[in-house]
Design a protein around this ligand. Structure first.
Ligand code: NDP
Length: 491
């Protein structure tokens, strides 16, 4: 047989298999120099502005309006006019068309929104692209489906809209929290004044463009930007019928005090200190992925983050070893890099809070583990951290850190796991890892948490209600339950 001449080529074989950077282009996003307020379908010029920056490098992105009580009053008046002028009496099937349109436009423009979200908020692009945007669109699709079926959702109760809803949202999921709030409100026939968080206003402001594209009637959704003073003005506004708030427990309590006796409706989605509980029969590698997703997803800026890990004593050592090994493979860096697992901390203030709480953990006697990690020089960064040797009384086991910091504790029996997991002022979420279905049900019945995940964590779906017990707030968002806060019933 004739010998085949094989062409010989020198092939470059990489000596190092670490990930190369894969930056997402930001060309798709057009950021204006200056933004006003979106009121009655028009842009109002602000008297005062502040600078919104990118936490990845502290680059100034735009000047954004600091709305005063008068500006908020104009937005509320525009919402009231739109409510009375037809939105509240529009047939549900017509309202649904707008919601479907918004959902589809969000899908079409999802890359643009994802890049802007990562730029302004610091979360990795793979999360804004694969989680925030698909879920935001899904919420509009889901509630579009309910808009013409409210009588069936609540038979014999004759639902009608509440009126003008004031909505205040935080910085951890800016567009997704907007979707959670705006979609059910509109589906039920309410109009809205929304205040995004001070540090992350840009996707809400881009959303105004979507509203125009969808030809939503003017004044149905109004957006005012600014700091806590703007939020307080919205809470105090006389002509608002309902306040929906997501944020810290401290501000939530303050709002509740202010609204007491006013007759305004209120829902609060506040902080959490979720227990993620791993039994000795769990699939450990799978559990480690769930633990990592539970606390390092979105830099731990997640109200339902699994920030307290409870491990059954017999598997404590192998589990912690696997977890620490997994941490060394997390890539911390540029949020716009498609290979980044952990992005930038949202603000200097939040970074300071994380540092302070981590220092308290060390001072109180916990053992700290942080993988070797090179952080970018500019911007706000924190290395994913695990604390072991944690006592229940330590601040890192009690307080919401809202950063990439995990506290590991142990238990021996299911009863002890329940008791320790419930030993918190919060009650938003929990996770259980075990192969026994009966144990999952036993635990879920006893854990005082609004959501209990089994063999998974941080799973969201628009059809599934979300909300808390105790200091995690009251009221539910998502699912059929998420319609109720936006409806009144003639029984
Ligand atoms: P806040 O509760 O202060 O912020 C949430 C929203 O409320 C923001 O839009 C904020 O505006 C606004 N706001 C602030 N003060 C008032 C007020 N008096 N009346 C009405 N609205 C107000 O949270 P922070 O951003 O200050 O974060 C602090 C801590 O809160 C975090 O470290 C974290 O522990 C927790 N947190 C919890 C969240 C959750 O989802 N459970 C979400 C965000 C934070 P502005 O942005 O201008 O301050």
């Amino acid at each position: 047989m004739a010998e085949i001449d094989k062409p010989r080529r020198e092939v470059d074989v990489p000596g190092d298999w670490t990930y190369a950077s894969a930056p997402e282009s930001r060309d798709i996003v057009h950021i204006r120099d200056r933004y006003g307020y979106y009121v009655g379908g028009e842009w109002l010029e602000p008297a005062e502005t502040y600078e919104t920056i990118s936490p990845r490098d502290e680059e100034p992105l735009a000047a954004v309006g600091q709305a005063t009580a008068e500006d908020v009053g104009r937005a509320v008046a525009a919402a009231r006019t739109a409510y009375a002028d037809g939105w509240s009496s529009l047939p549900g099937s017509e309202r649904a068309k707008y919601l479907f349109r918004i959902a589809r436009i969000l899908q079409e423009r999802s890359r643009e929104f994802a890049v802007l979200e990562s730029l302004n908020g610091g979360k990795p692009i793979k999360e804004s692209r694969d989680v925030d945007l698909p879920l935001a669109a899904a919420h509009f699709f889901y509630y579009a489906g309910w808009a013409d079926k409210l009588e069936y959702a609540f038979p014999n109760r004759r639902p009608r809209p509440v009126g003008v809803a004031g909505q205040i949202i935080p910085w951890n999921f800016p567009l997704l929290m907007l979707a959670w709030k705006v979609a059910p409100a509109l589906a039920c026939g309410n109009t809205v004044v929304l205040k995004p968080a001070e540090t992350t206003p840009l996707t809400a402001l881009l959303f105004c463009d979507v509203l125009r594209q969808a030809e939503l009637p003017d004044g149905v959704v109004n957006i005012v930007t600014g700091d806590g003073r703007t939020g307080a003005a919205l809470v105090e506004s006389e002509d608002v019928d309902k306040i929906a708030f997501t944020g810290s427990t401290e501000v939530g309590k303050e709002i509740q005090r202010r609204l007491a006796g006013t007759g305004k409706r209120l829902t609060l989605e506040l902080g959490g200190k979720a227990a993620n509980i791993v039994f000795d029969d769990a699939a450990l590698d799978q559990a480690v992925e769930g633990i990592v997703n539970g606390i390092y997803f979105n830099q731990g800026h997640v109200c339902c983050a699994g920030s307290r890990l409870f491990v059954q004593e017999s598997i404590y050592e192998p589990l912690v070893a696997k977890l620490e090994r997994r941490l060394t493979t997390l890539r911390v860096g540029d949020p716009l890099d498609k290979n980044s697992d952990v992005g930038a901390i949202n603000s200097a203030a939040q970074l300071e809070k994380i540092r302070e709480l981590v220092a308290s953990g060390v001072d109180e006697g916990a053992e700290i583990y942080q993988p070797p990690c090179v952080l970018p020089e500019k911007g706000y960064w924190f290395v994913p951290t695990v604390f072991t040797n944690v006592a229940q009384s330590y601040r890192i086991a009690q307080e919401e850190i809202f950063g990439p910091v995990l506290s590991v504790l142990t238990f021996r029996t299911p009863e002890e796991a329940v008791e320790k997991a419930n030993n918190t002022p919060y009650g938003l979420s929990a996770g259980v890892w075990t192969e026994k279905g009966s144990r999952i049900l036993w635990m879920a019945q006893r854990l005082r948490a609004g959501v209990v995940w089994a063999n998974t964590f941080n799973r969201f779906d628009p059809g599934s209600p979300f909300g808390g017990y105790k200091e995690s707030g009251f009221g539910r968002e998502g699912g059929r339950h998420g319609l109720e806060p936006y409806l009144e019933f003639e029984e």
